[in-house]
Design a protein around this ligand. Sequence first.
Ligand code: SF4
Length: 349
Amino acid sequence: MRRTETKQIRIGRLTLGGQDKVLIQSMCKHKTSDVDTIIKEINECEALGAKLMRVAILDEEDAKAISYIKRGINIPIVADIHFDPKLAILAIKCGANKIRLNPGNISDENKIKEIVELAKKKHVAIRVGANSGSVNKELDEFDIPLAHKLVLSVKQQVKILEKYDFHDIVISLKASNIKETIKAYELASEIFPYPLHIGITEAGPYELSVIRSTAGLAPLLLEGIGDTIRISITGDSKNEVIAAKRLLHDCGLYPNYPTFISCPTCGRTQVDVKPLGAKIFKYLEDNNIKLTVAVMGCVVNGPGEGKNADIGIAGGKGQYVIFKKGEVIKKVSEDEAYDAMIKEIDSLS
Ligand code: SF4
């Protein structure tokens, strides 16, 4: 089932699923009861493109903090509960727009019913999911691929919610093994009508996570699978949002964003291209300039290889040439290069 065909559900004012749009989300890295810090973190992530943010609910203080956090933010908040029914109920009462729950780990049926009824009444969505560490124990004994175990685990959780006529469900299936994750999401997209939250779990620090997450998630995104995305990074949540945005853009799912290209440089390069490229890229991202901009190391190949760029710059001997659609328009010294490029970029944007 492609993302345009999944069920649409509401999360606060947001619509998730059933559209060719993948919503970026991240998770706060601070204690949820530290209200001011969480509000700042959520607002910073929103400014970068996050459409919803998740917070961990470890205790009653965290659950109660949701009502205060909501007063300082504009986007929906997801409460990460897992299996404590008391905290689930409290988080919903305090204004969570969606909760992450594992109903399979709640032994008391009455408690599940209570959570589901309250979620229905308050229009709160529920995300269920399995990851490689939380596959149902009875399935662990079977000699079947991890992808199947993940899907079967989730199927059991979905059934519990559907039994109480609850359908505002989001599904995740995460493994740090890329092949198994892709297989699991492909299977899930055939079986479930619900929107899919895609991500690679325990993906590591920034450099590693970006490679691992791209390897695992780009094939899904290009197949039309995935309604919301999180890039898990050991580190700042803002980097998760930026990485997700760049990945979606390269997959054609975030059109209003800069396209930056730069050559790897080689023995032909006679100017210091790396810092210039980094500065120009930062300017484009900071100002969300929707142009294709090239920074190339030499004039021999640069303008030709960057001919699809709206504007580009290529290094010569102690100077640069600026080109538009591959045609050189002016020469500038190394010292003038950044300011001259910014002037040209601004004139086009
Ligand atoms: S554009 Fe020029 S400097 Fe850059 S990699 Fe190609 S040949 Fe080398």
